[in-house]
Design a protein around this ligand. Structure first.
Ligand code: PLP
Length: 392
């Protein structure tokens, strides 16, 4: 049977915690993994037991050993008081916002925010009389000028998942907390392996588990982890909305967490190889990838994060959108489709929605997710794409 940690256990490093966390034997029994519990009704021995809730598990929606194991793993990685699970990353983001605002508030959202979160703010939150102000992702402590007495939330996504600006979380959080506002941070790109937003000033760490936690393009999941009073608010709203995730998806995310360190190591190494190769191509104006020492966000990335994932942007020098489309259509190893974080490489030509800070890159933007294939094959595929566009 796996030995259990106790108060004498020394602090574990993140890669070890990915393997060990959420495996308390009260959840797994003698097995390495927890059971996948499909449950609605949970039975009690007596009416008294049921009415006085004298049981750890009461109803499928309110938790099972499967959800407890995944939540415990995420709490261990974030050092959070609690984690709530959602049917998608977008739900995690929208519920985290709803839990921290009230009608009449103003919220500050980074201009590089994931598009559907922008849509949620511009529609559902607007209908609740919540005003959204988008800010320049590079604003840092200068965000102070946007605060009003009713500003209740600042929401960061760093690096932005289309344009890859690194944001100065500690500087922004310091200002926000002085004004009594909550700080929400979408950490899908770095994952808690490489960055714990709660240790750098965020109140809620949000992850689209759909990406690297699942890691195999077969799960939809969101997570939000928090501490103290913020955790209580999140838990209350999550419970009262009856949010629930299917046990198979929770299990797959937990399984993905076990191999996250080794997968991310390979995603990062391969992404670096491909990014450096692209930087040397005459067709490429800029590669947007904070681990590159030429990237404007490199200093913040190096200061705050211990590693990277495999998603980056490429600005094509003076190309038309039509040429970018022809390039991506010609690739054979890069799938064309939404999302990222799975084992496979992907390429898209995204639209960049901006309202606070115009996006003028000097050419169309490609977004590449570098998967677990051999980089020599990926580079050969990209090279064939460039030759195809050059041949007109
Ligand atoms: C940065 C980021 N956050 C959140 C989401 C939303 O996740 P989901 O697709 O699971 O709703 C995405 C999806 O692409 C994303 O890229």
């Amino acid at each position: 049977m796996a030995k259990q940690d106790d108060e004498n256990t020394p602090p574990r490093r993140p890669a070890t915690r990915l393997v060990r966390s959420g495996r308390d034997k009260s959840l797994t029994g003698p097995f390495i993994n927890p059971p996948v519990i499909h449950a609605s009704t949970v039975l009690f021995d007596s009416v008294d037991d049921m009415n006085h809730r004298r049981q750890r598990y009461e109803y499928g929606r309110r938790g099972t050993p499967t959800s407890d194991a995944l939540e415990a793993a995420l709490n261990d990685l974030h050092k959070s008081d609690g984690t709530t699970l959602y049917p998608s990353g977008l739900t995690a983001a929208s519920i985290a916002l709803l839990a921290t605002v009230k009608a009449g508030d103003r919220i500050l959202l980074t201009d590089c925010i994931y598009g559907p979160v922008r849509h949620f703010a511009d529609t559902a939150l607007k209908n609740l009389n919540i005003e959204t102000v988008y800010y320049d992702p590079l604003v840092g402590a200068g965000i102070e000028t946007l605060f009003t007495p009713n500003t209740s939330v600042v929401y960061l996504e760093s690096p932005g998942s289309l344009t890859f600006e690194m944001q100065d979380l500690p500087a922004i959080a310091e200002v926000a907390h002085r004004h009594g506002a909550s700080v929400l941070f979408d950490n899908t790109w770095a994952t808690p392996l490489h960055f714990n937003p709660l240790d750098h000033g965020a109140d809620i760490a949000i992850i689209a588990g759909t990406k690297y936690l699942g890691g195999h393009a077969d799960v939809m999941l969101g997570t939000a982890s928090a501490r103290g009073a913020t955790w209580k608010r999140l838990k209350e709203l999550h419970g009262s909305m009856g949010l629930h995730v299917g046990p198979d998806d929770m299990y797959l995310a937990l399984r993905g967490i076990r191999t996250l360190a080794i997968r991310l190591e390979r995603h990062e190494k391969s992404a670096m190889t491909v990014a450096r190769w692209l930087q040397a191509r005459p067709e490429v104006g800029r590669v947007l990838y904070p681990p590159l020492d030429t990237d404007p966000g490199h200093a913040i990335w190096k200061r705050d994060m211990t590693g990277a994932s495999g998603l980056f942007g490429v600005v094509l020098n003076g190309w038309s959108n039509e040429q970018a489309r022809q390039f991506v259509d010609r690739l054979t190893l890069f799938g064309i489709g939404a999302s990222w974080g799975g084992f496979e490489s992907l390429a898209t030509v995204p639209h960049v929605p901006r309202t606070a800070t115009p996006w003028h890159a000097g050419g169309p933007l490609l977004r590449l997710h570098i998967g677990l294939e051999d980089t020599a094959d990926l580079i050969a595929d990209l090279e064939a794409g460039f030759a195809h566009v050059a041949a007109g």
